[in-house]
Design a protein around this ligand. Structure first.
Ligand SMILES: [Zn+2]
Length: 147
């Protein structure tokens, strides 16, 4: 991000704040809707599971703060936590594939992880999500001092 020269520190901080707000607004506009999310899940199932996982509905939920995703195999419904919004696509895809795999295999046994091996970014996405959890536990950094 380029910052124009000759700004005072306070101006600079204000300006960065404005830019970050703009970026956040753009990001939230590009978040997938529930229908696009379902279509994406169908494509991922096609690509990695030979279309065997058939989700009935995939939607964002805001009441899920301890899990990234969940599913009800009997209904074929998948729910993703809104906290994934704004994360890289490969992470969202991993969580979708994880829940899609549960439509085929309950639990997290060897058969489950063998299914997810088909997705080349499983380990990377799991590391990313672990990092997010770890970062949330870090003490907050002290705020920049106003002059
Ligand atoms: Zn699981």
């Amino acid at each position: 991000m380029l910052i124009p020269a000759r700004m005072s520190e306070a101006e600079e901080r204000r300006w960065v704040g404005v830019m970050l707000d703009k970026l956040a607004a753009q990001e939230s506009r590009s978040v997938l809707g529930d229908r696009e999310l379902t279509e994406r899940a169908l494509r991922l199932s096609e690509q990695y599971f030979g279309g065997r996982a058939r989700p009935g509905s995939v939607r964002w939920v805001t009441n899920q703060n301890t899990r990234w995703g969940s599913c009800t195999p009997s209904e074929g419904s998948i729910r993703l936590s809104h906290r994934l919004q704004g994360m890289p696509e490969y992470v969202v895809d991993y969580v979708l594939l994880h829940e899609l795999a549960h439509l085929l295999v309950p639990g997290h046994g060897p058969r489950f992880w063998r299914l997810l091996e088909a997705y080349p970014r499983t380990e990377r996405a799991r590391g990313y999500l672990e990092g997010v959890v770890a970062a949330a536990r870090l003490p907050h950094l002290p705020e920049a001092r106003e002059e």
